[in-house]
Design a protein around this ligand. Structure first.
Ligand SMILES: Nc1ncnc2c1ncn2[C@@H]1O[C@H](COP(=O)(O)OP(=O)(O)O)[C@@H](O)[C@H]1O
Ligand SMILES: [Mg+2]
Length: 449
């Protein structure tokens, strides 16, 4: 009873302050009505309310004064409005980031990705079928890699090798190396050359999957890999994640020699193909990027990412580039993030450390398990012994092979060779495979956003 009274008084104070803020900002229509707070509820994290947009005022104006509201209340404010509604769903977050330790959420499907927790304490799980491709940005040491740890560990602990394939690329640092020996990891690429090989393999995989699904599409029986899996229960397609931790260097070619430059361009072209075609084929991108600028954030990849996550940005320009809102990602603490799907909201990555992650993934570790690079090495050995040339221990840069110098290899020559279920052999040669109907490529792949 006493608690109820206290809560009622707090809500009344909260509402009075709203009127004060609006009066001081002069946000009234000619009938002296302001944005009105309705259904105010006290929550674990602060307050939530429905804000009615009264006649003569606009949602845009409310968004413009969001930073004043935040400064006056001393909270974070989230505003969401559906296009066909005059009510704004608002959250006022007063809670400090909690100190929960990471633990695996069980029972997730291979296409369900755990990002962290909301301020209501509920886990934030993104359905990749609904919101394919995730883009994570944020200043240095803001918590991007730790979120990636949560995502990958959640997938590994919930999915079998048949259900999940991980392709990891890390050209700059080596945080992802923790997952190299995980049995669901089909490739760990720590060089540009390996990254290209990995993407060529994925391009082939997408082509094969497209061929499998197309007949069903023609008969309107299946639109994507999930529909296909429902029909082909005995021969299901896995969910594939292609994860780039820190991809900005791929877009920075200033000072690179011509070879590296064209290598990066080819890599970016193949990533864009995944962004364009991957979703319905079960191939999803998770890209992370520091300090987003118009030069290193590819507008095509951004536009195809239906889940955009931003950790703390250091200035309003970066916040604008990352979230299309100049204040949304400012002033966040380490581990705090804003995520945008059809709605936007804030969340917090639980506390993660390497030991903690290692203990979760340990049962899935299988050193020297089969990866695409091991397969390629086998292919190379066969070729070498056939031609009776001494094997050069230095790996041939795969990029040379793109110049169509490499003859096509017959995988049936490999003893005990078992192709991955949905791949009918490995080809190293690169060819255009699926029709791309985008407009003329933007010069250098960049465009002002
Ligand atoms: N969720 C978290 N749990 C524990 N420590 C964190 C977390 N997020 C960030 N940190 C701390 O911040 C540092 C940088 O985090 P990291 O995820 O590597 O940042 P980024 O990848 O954005 O540069 C970590 O080494 C750790 O000390
Ligand atoms: Mg990092």
């Amino acid at each position: 009873m006493f608690e109820k009274l206290k809560e009622g008084r707090e809500i009344a104070q909260f509402q009075n302050k709203w009127i004060n803020i609006m009066s001081n900002l002069g946000k009234f229509n000619k009938m002296k009505q302001t944005y009105s707070l309705n259904n105010v509820v006290k929550t674990q994290y602060g307050y939530k309310a429905d804000i009615l947009i009264v006649d003569g005022l606009r949602f845009k104006e409310l968004e413009d004064i969001k930073d004043t509201i935040e400064d006056n209340y001393g909270c974070m404010c989230v505003l969401n409005k559906n296009k066909r509604s005059n009510v704004v769903y608002a959250d006022f977050i007063f809670a400090e980031p909690n100190k929960d330790k990471y633990s695996v959420i069980t029972g997730l499907k291979p296409w369900e990705v755990y990002l962290g927790n909301g301020y209501n304490g509920e886990p934030i799980i993104i359905d990749m079928i609904k919101y394919p491709h995730i883009l994570i940005t944020g200043g240095t040491r803001s918590g991007k890699s730790k979120m990636t740890d949560c995502i990958i560990t959640g997938l590994i602990c919930n999915c079998s090798i048949e259900e999940l394939e991980l392709y990891l690329s890390q050209v700059a640092k080596s945080d992802l190396i923790l997952y190299e020996d995980v049995k669901q990891c089909r490739a760990f690429a720590d060089t540009l050359e390996k990254t290209l090989t990995m993407l060529q393999h994925l391009d082939k995989k997408m082509e094969d999957r497209d061929k499998l699904i197309r007949p069903y599409r023609k008969k309107a029986m299946a639109d994507n890999y999930q529909d296909y899996n429902k029909i082909n229960k005995g021969n299901k397609l896995s969910t594939v994640f292609v994860i780039f931790d820190e991809m900005s260097s791929l877009f920075q070619t200033k000072g690179d020699c011509t070879d590296i430059k064209s290598l990066k361009e080819e890599i970016v072209r193949l990533i864009r193909r995944i962004a364009q075609f991957g979703a319905s084929l079960g191939v999803f991108l998770i890209c992370s990027l520091q300090r987003p600028t118009v030069d290193n954030l590819d507008p095509f990849i951004k536009s195809q990412s239906t889940c955009i996550i931003s950790f703390r940005q250091n200035n309003s320009k970066s916040s604008e580039v990352a979230t299309d809102d100049s204040t949304m990602a400012l002033g966040l603490e380490q581990r705090e993030f804003v995520y945008k799907t059809n709605l936007s909201n804030y969340g917090i990555v639980p506390l993660v450390d390497n030991k903690n992650i290692y203990s979760f993934i340990e049962p899935s570790l299988q050193p020297n398990h089969r990866t695409i690079f091991i397969d390629l090495k086998k292919l190379k050995n066969i070729k070498v012994s056939k031609e009776k040339i001494e094997e050069n221990s230095k790996e041939t840069p795969i990029f040379d092979k793109v110049d169509k110098k490499e003859p096509q290899l017959n995988t049936s020559n490999i003893p005990n060779y078992v192709p991955y279920k949905d791949t009918k052999g490995l080809k190293v040669k690169e060819e255009p495979r699926m029709p791309i109907n985008t407009q003329k490529p933007i010069k250098g792949g960049k465009e002002r956003i």
